[in-house]
Ligand binder design. Structure first.
Ligand code: UDX
Length: 450
């Protein structure tokens, strides 16, 4: 098959590369010339495990082409993925500008019967808008070409996106066309050869499925964070509660880790968008609003713990931060809890020395430049370097090298032995024995005799 993917962001690039890997010819199109030139040289705009190898290999094999010209790509293909951004507008609703721009361009260039597949996360009813937009263009040109619009949401986790694409739990396809259904079957057959995982449904059902999936996962996290806050007040360890409830198969162990709040490109944006969709339909989504509010509070929890330990006086103190990306396995800083923490610390007069194994290039863009020149914020090259003479260490992102640190070395490096563990990675008793004040999420603070 010959396929065009419009948008070489996170979703578009993974989709294009993985489909090319299965032997198809894929044209990845983006308006950003620098991005396209870099991709041709094997320079990727994002860090994602395994992605660089399949991009470079498939490009070298001629199966993965990069171009800024949709016209050039459309000369060779009749299956198009739309994988452009849907950033939140001021009211939280998804901004469809880029999706509809692409639809307009497709309509103005289409020459043969085609399938337009929407992968961007979009509100229910967007496929109809895409269809209308393409049709208007065809009518303006005075041509009548058959085309279908399909909703095919993505469920890729950053840090595991290639694996998720190659081994999907399910492939949701919203369409009412037999022809589109057959093309989607063919396209995805190599990914699900051993386990049929295609689910066909109405276009609007598929659009809603995507939002409901992310909102459900965000709800699990916010629920657990709320339970954690209660645990702190009741002298209960939320980690034991997690094990206790996760073993109930109806609940399960996934996404019930209390932490410092969810971030990333999907959960915050999609929960907001679903709230906005509800409002547009005269419905008050009380649960979703609570999920969002809980998460906003949770992102402040790390600062509150540091501040409480020092009785609110952080002036002149140095705080070490381990982990900046919103989660391990990515350099993505979007909605990262580290940003909320660092802003609060610096505004309270503290200095921050941070380390992240991969986000050292993306992280600085989140903060004012003068913080670096005035040495209020330093991003250093090693996890132990961050701890030198710091008054406390805050674990924000649970990268593997942070999971079993050398507590003896840490104790020597820190000026005061305080650990705030935003991901409940450490054993409170063990850290206490090692001589630390330990604060987790949803665990009683333990005080070492120092
Ligand atoms: C998510 C969805 O999982 C994916 O299906 C969708 O397509 C895009 O959004 P992603 O944003 O990459 O993927 O990350 P994910 O691993 O789902 O984690 C999201 C956030 O939740 C992270 O900030 C993570 O730290 C947090 N989280 C996750 C918790 O706080 N507790 C948990 O138990 C699980």
């Amino acid at each position: 098959m010959n396929i065009t993917v419009v948008g070489t962001g996170y979703v578009g690039l993974v989709t294009g590369a993985c489909i090319a890997e299965m032997g198809n010819t894929v044209y990845c199109v983006d308006v950003n010339r620098d991005k396209i030139e870099n991709l041709k040289k094997g320079i990727l705009p994002i860090y994602e495990p395994e992605l660089d190898t399949i991009v470079v290999e498939n490009h070298a094999a001629g199966r993965l082409q990069f171009t800024t010209s949709l016209k050039e790509a459309m000369a060779e293909t009749d299956v198009y993925f739309i994988a452009v951004g849907t950033p939140p507008g001021e009211d939280g609703s998804a901004d469809l500008r880029y999706v509809l721009d692409v639809a307009r361009e497709i309509g103005s260039l289409m020459e043969r019967p085609s399938v337009v597949i929407n992968k961007s996360t979009v509100p229910v009813g967007t496929a109809d808008k895409v269809r209308d937009t393409v049709r208007q263009q065809l009518e303006a040109r005075g041509v009548d070409i058959e085309f279908d619009v399909v909703s095919n949401p993505e469920f890729l986790k950053e840090g595991a996106a290639v694996d998720d694409f190659m081994h999907p739990d399910r492939i949701i396809v919203g369409t009412d066309s037999a022809r589109a259904r057959q093309i989607m079957d063919e396209l995805y057959a190599p990914f699900i050869r051993n386990h049929p995982r295609m689910m066909f449904m109405g276009v609007r059902d598929a659009e809603m499925t995507k939002y409901a999936a992310n909102a459900m996962l965000a709800t699990k996290i916010s629920f657990m964070n709320e339970v954690a806050s209660l645990c702190e007040r009741l002298g209960v360890d939320v980690e034991n509660v997690r094990l206790g409830i996760g073993s109930d198969q109806r609940i399960g162990f996934h996404f019930i880790y209390a932490g410092c709040g969810y971030g990333g490109s999907c959960f915050p944006k999609d929960v907001k968008a679903l709230i906005s969709i509800a409002h547009q339909n005269d419905f008050e989504p009380k649960l979703l609003q609570a999920v969002e509010a809980r998460n906003d509070l949770q992102k402040h929890s790390l600062f509150n713990k540091v501040s409480a330990h020092f009785s609110g006086d952080l002036e002149g103190r140095t705080i070490a931060v381990w982990g900046l990306a919103f989660k391990p396995g990515t350099d993505d800083m979007r909605e990262a809890p580290s940003v909320v923490l660092i802003n609060s610390l610096i505004n309270a007069g503290a200095k921050v020395r941070a380390f992240d194994p991969v986000a050292h290039e993306t992280a600085p863009r989140e903060f004012p430049e003068e913080w670096f020149t005035e040495k209020k914020l330093e991003i250093v090259d090693g996890q132990y370097e961050a701890a030198i003479d710091a008054d406390a260490l805050v674990l924000v992102t649970e990268w593997k090298p942070f999971r079993r640190p050398d507590f003896k070395a840490l104790k020597k490096l820190l000026r005061t032995p305080v650990i705030v563990d935003g991901r409940n990675q450490y054993d409170p008793a063990q850290t206490q024995r090692a001589g630390f004040h330990y604060y987790g999420i949803g665990r009683m603070p333990t005080h070492a005799a120092i």
